[in-house]
Design a protein around this ligand. Structure first.
Ligand SMILES: [Fe+2]
Ligand SMILES: [Fe+2]
Length: 231
């Protein structure tokens, strides 16, 4: 039974099949998911009791997003070093591919739809370019500096733990930009005059952000805490 005192991060950890439901409401269960449900839900202007009833229903239902559920369950069973290998082999590869695809599409629609949507698309293009640069640097830091240190020091030392804290701060920064993009695009709702490329851009971008949220969730709520416990 999920109660209003639990955090969304706890809920997703215990019931990964609620990810689809939470994504639908654009509730943050990874970067800022550490407030009690009552607080997080009220901030979104939702009714807490109604939300809890629906969330419990979603948790009780057989996983609709079976793949995500199984993926997170399998991830939880790995050793820390295996988790790091897995993150690099899956999310880092997928997100780089989706980032490149989104960048190309965004540039295309910026040019074609500039006459009618120039202001919004310029802002979107700008926000996205900054996010992409930050994430590329973040992935490089994980792959070249922090993950190797974690492998070399199976028992956490203060330097590695402090670098992990920096990564978590960067996750929060990325989450904030994604939220800004969600607002700017009206949660990825294309304008009425959008062409198929415009619509496709939003679909790919939403796919990318869904994957980034799961990626960050695995790091913040599973891999990093598990590492910190290996004292
Ligand atoms: Fe990562
Ligand atoms: Fe990360």
């Amino acid at each position: 039974m999920i109660t209003k005192d639990m955090t969304l991060a706890d809920v997703v950890k215990a019931h990964p099949n609620t990810i689809g439901f939470l994504n639908g409401l654009h509730l943050d269960y990874c970067c800022g998911g550490h407030d009690p449900i009552a607080m997080a839900v009220r901030e979104k202007g939702l009714d807490v009791d109604k939300f809890l009833a629906e969330l419990n229903q979603a948790a009780a239902k057989k996983a609709t997003q079976r793949d995500v559920h199984d993926d997170i369950e399998a991830f939880k069973t790995l050793k820390v070093t295996e988790m790091l290998d897995d993150l690099e082999a899956t999310h880092h590869v997928t997100d780089r591919r989706l980032m490149a695809e989104t960048e190309e599409l965004l540039n295309k629609i910026l040019i074609v739809h500039y006459p009618h949507h120039g202001k919004m698309l310029t802002r979107l293009h700008h926000l996205y370019a900054g996010l992409k640069a930050e994430l590329e640097e973040h992935f490089a830091k994980e792959e070249q500096l922090v993950f190797p240190l974690m492998r070399q020091h199976p028992h956490p030392d203060s330097q590695t733990l402090s670098l992990i804290q920096d990564l978590e701060t960067e996750h929060t920064g990325a989450g904030d930009v994604i939220k800004e993009i969600q607002e700017l695009t009206d949660n990825f709702t294309p304008p009425a005059d959008a062409c198929p490329t415009f619509r496709h851009t939003y679909v790919v971008m939403e796919q990318l952000f869904d994957d980034i949220f799961i990626h960050i969730f695995k790091e913040n709520s599973i891999a990093f805490p598990e590492y910190a416990e290996q004292v």
